[in-house]
Design a protein around this ligand. Structure first.
Ligand code: ATP
Length: 364
């Protein structure tokens, strides 16, 4: 657990970067600091590992004031990941990852073995360990940055806009990877971003900062989206916050309707007046057969119209709405966790479900 108690940072030129910050970061969770540029997120983060010292108040990690720790020792227990990875350009990827274990006195063989293990953990092939950072893509470099921060198995991880420099697709991969890793590692993570989508996606708690280093709101993503504390937070999270909030609502016991089905590869009967859902022999949806389609003999995949996205039972409702809106029939197809057909749902049904939901239901 990391506690900020009345923490203030006033730079020598008089700028108040952080103003009386009081906040408790839960152990074993990802807490995101989010807000517009210049609102004190990075300053707050760097005060945790003493790259910056506060001018007022204190920061405690598991009850111990960081000011009482030697900065170099403190930093060995705190992983730090920054934008564009910040790798050492003249060291191989493997040696980059082995840096902290070596500093901590591990022998070279053991440090390298640990580094190799971590490359695999973050999803990089072993042979990349021999390359230099410049020979990797931006996303791969970020993975190395994460591996390096994890090398000494620190309980705390500070991540400052780690995924900002990569394109949106790679970024989503990296976010998923972080969530997957965190499921296993249970680190206490503070993650800084200016992107509210990223914040609500990966944060178990989100701290929204405003200019002048003031904490505007601290809560779960669902709370921040549904109950913004004030006008500033409401405008920062954006007009489509209701839609984003769908990410946190799950449908338990979702009521579905049924449609006519036909199996690809099997004989197809007389033309139907309505759309027919085509499935494969394992009952997994393959597409839709338009009304009045006559089929000669077996139903072939070539006669189908591609379906929309599928909604898997038990996942956030955003997916159900997307399935309905992207379907050529306006019927979203619902499947079970094995991908087998369960039923169909309309956008209207999804909206009715949302209206009946209690607030702040967390999906992940
Ligand atoms: N060394 C410094 N001297 C004076 N002012 C500084 C210094 N470092 C940061 N600041 C100011 O403190 C404020 C907070 O900066 P900080 O970098 O913490 O914000 P941030 O929210 O992380 O912004 P960004 O998202 O742009 O990185 C800003 O007004 C910044 O200009």
């Amino acid at each position: 657990m990391i506690e900020f108690r009345d923490v203030t940072k006033r730079y020598p030129d008089g700028t108040i970067a952080v103003d009386k910050l009081n906040l408790t970061v839960d152990a074993g969770a990802i807490t995101v600091f989010v807000g517009p540029s210049g609102c004190g997120k990075t300053t707050s983060l760097r005060m945790v590992n003493r790259m910056i010292d506060p001018t007022g108040g204190s920061i405690l990690i598991d009850g111990k004031d960081v000011q009482e720790s030697d900065p170099a020792l403190l930093r060995r227990g705190i992983g730090y990941v920054i934008q564009q990875a910040g790798l050492f350009p003249h060291r191989t990827v493997l040696d980059n990852v082995a840096t902290v274990p070596l500093l901590s006195g591990w022998d070279r063989r053991k440090a390298r073995a640990r580094a190799a293990e971590l490359l695999a953990t973050v999803g990089l092939p072993a042979e990349m360990g021999r390359r230099y950072p410049v020979q990797l893509s931006g996303g791969q470099q970020q993975r190395v940055g994460v591996a390096r921060a994890l090398a000494a198995d620190p309980p705390v991880l500070l991540m400052d806009e780690p995924f900002s420099a990569v394109d949106p697709v790679v970024r989503e991969d990296l976010q998923n990877e972080l969530l997957r890793l965190q499921d296993e590692l249970d680190k206490t993570i503070i993650f800084v971003t200016h992107d509210i989508d990223e914040a609500v996606r990966i944060g178990e708690k989100v701290a929204v900062f405003r200019k002048g280093g003031v904490l505007a709101q601290y809560g779960t993503p669902a709370d921040v989206l549904r109950y913004p504390a004030d006008e500033f937070v409401a405008s920062f999270v954006g007009r489509d916050r209701g839609y984003r909030g769908l990410s946190f609502l799950q449908a338990d016991g979702i009521a579905v309707d049924q449609v006519a089905k036909a199996t690809v590869g099997e004989p197809y009967g007389p033309a139907a007046a309505d759309w027919v859902l085509a499935v494969d022999s394992a009952d997994r949806p393959r597409g839709w057969l338009p009304p009045e389609s006559s089929v000669d003999g077996e139903l072939s995949a070539d006669s189908l119209v591609a379906g929309g996205s599928l909604y898997t039972v038990g996942t956030p409702l955003r997916g159900a709405l997307d399935a309905a809106l992207s379907s050529p029939t306006s019927l979203g197809v619902v499947v079970d966790t094995e991908g087998k057909y369960v039923g169909v749902i309309t956008a209207r049904q999804v909206l009715d479900l949302i209206e009946g939901q209690p607030p702040a239901v967390r999906a992940r």
